[in-house]
Design a protein around this ligand. Structure first.
Ligand code: HEC
Length: 116
């Protein structure tokens, strides 16, 4: 069986169309991988695109008004829920420190939590 070069090229093109998965590389992600998986499981679904008026991740302007309430209030609202924001942000295994780090990340503040 002889294989012609064009067959090889066609095959390569076919296979490569499957490997270019659509990735949303423009979306900001937390630098720590532990935080990133918590974020993807919960906050991401609403905050990455601002669903139902959620302040968008990385949008400092939208977060400014929220931060003005103080971090303690934001943590309380995250844990107990606030209007369209569900209690605990749909994260069942997030600690208070995780929430703080997630809020700091979404508000684009320097993350001062120790890496764990
Ligand atoms: C089901 C969608 C949804 C998920 C999941 C979600 N949020 Fe929200 N969040 C919202 C919406 C909508 C608002 C805006 C509420 C408003 O002001 O009406 C909001 C607002 C907030 C606020 C601002 C509260 C305030 O007092 O202004 C914080 C902080 C917040 N979310 C943190 C988080 C964190 C942290 C997570 C992940 C652990 C998370 N959210 C997951 C929908 C969501």
């Amino acid at each position: 069986m002889t294989s012609k070069p064009w067959q090889l090229i066609a095959l390569t093109l076919l296979l490569c169309s499957a490997c270019s998965r659509p990735t949303n590389s423009a979306a900001p992600m937390p630098s720590s991988s532990a935080l990133q998986s918590l974020y993807l499981q919960s906050c991401y679904s609403c905050h990455s695109r601002g669903a139902n008026g959620a302040p968008r991740s990385g949008d400092r302007q939208q977060w400014q008004a929220r931060l003005a309430k103080g971090m303690d209030t934001l943590l309380d609202h995250t844990i107990n829920g606030y209007r369209a924001m569900p209690p605990r942000g749909m994260c069942l295994n997030c600690s208070r420190d995780d929430y703080r780090a997630l809020i700091e990340f979404m508000a684009d503040l320097p993350q001062n939590t120790p890496s764990n």
